[in-house]
Design a protein around this ligand. Structure first.
Ligand code: IPD
Length: 272
């Protein structure tokens, strides 16, 4: 068994365990605290799930590093080195989790030498486990998944989000993009989780997904899942994807990705 096999088996077990916490708590009353603004939420369960994942991985692989949403919001510095690093969003779609909307997931990726080796996105409410390993394809609950292959924006179903920032400049650009795109595409959808939006592209349920202002933990796992499903992940201005740039555009084909990149109004948040 290779090292990566071992990491993969360990993370799947932990993600399942974390998922049972999310499943048990989603319909129970919970206190939501705010982070960067009044719609950027965190609950004690986000923190507990992150702790479970970090402690579980550390106990088996003590030299592994972490970039976790909740540790970062408590002041831990984000640092991506060549060391094996797990990028973790314990609950992506916290707003949905708080409201009981069943589109919420655990998103976790392993990068070694800054290359993504493993990505897992698990929605324990709808029992959807998306997974990918470098060079081995992408799967939903163990069955292979594939992007649609759509090349034309006018025929595309687009995933986008309003985001969790109330910054007026950011909101203006989000609304401008929604406004400009609506008459140019088949439709626009938002699940409320950047990771699940990306998995919809991998699954072939949507053709393209983009967002500005997300963080590495929202997109690291989705990136490898989309690429292993045959899609592409780029910067929304058309250049190479950078997991720390807080910008993402993934699509079923490069033609479609570049067509959208040309018409998007761009927003450049501060890097992670
Ligand atoms: C958020 C979700 C949301 C996206 C935000 C993210 P969180 O992650 O992915 O869909 O629009 O940009 O911050 O806070 O629920 O982990």
């Amino acid at each position: 068994m290779s090292d990566i096999d071992e990491y993969y088996i360990a993370v799947l077990r932990l993600v399942k365990e974390a998922g049972s916490i999310v499943r048990e708590k989603i319909n129970q009353p919970k206190d939501a605290m705010t982070k960067s603004c009044e719609v950027d939420l965190v609950t004690e369960w986000d923190q507990k799930v992150e702790k479970l994942l970090v402690e579980g991985i550390s106990s088996k692989f003590p030299d592994h590093k972490f970039i976790g949403e909740e540790a970062t919001s408590l002041g831990t510095k984000v640092e991506l080195t060549d060391a094996p690093t797990w990028i973790i969003d314990p609950i992506d779609g916290t707003m949905n989790f708080v409201h009981g909307l069943p589109h919420t997931c655990i998103s976790i990726a392993l990068l070694i030498n800054k290359t993504t080796e493993i990505g897992v996105v698990y929605n324990p409410i709808l029992e959807q486990l998306f997974s990918a390993r470098k060079g081995q394809g992408a799967f939903l609950n163990g069955a292979p998944i594939r992007v649609t292959g759509e090349k034309e924006l006018r025929k595309a179903l687009v995933m986008m989000e309003m985001g969790t920032s109330r910054d007026p400049e950011k909101m203006k650009i989000v609304l401008e993009n929604a406004n400009n795109l609506t008459p140019q595409v088949h439709g626009i959808r938002a699940l409320g989780s950047a990771a699940l939006n990306m998995c919809m592209v991998a699954l072939g349920g949507a053709d393209i997904s983009f967002e500005f202002g997300i963080h590495a933990w929202d997109i690291a796992a989705g990136d490898i899942i989309v690429r292993e499903a045959g899609g592409v992940c780029i910067d929304p201005a058309g250049g190479p994807f950078d997991v720390m740039s807080r910008r993402v555009l993934c699509a079923s084909t490069m033609e479609l990705a570049q067509e959208l990149a040309k018409v998007l109004v761009q927003y450049y948040p501060e890097h992670d």
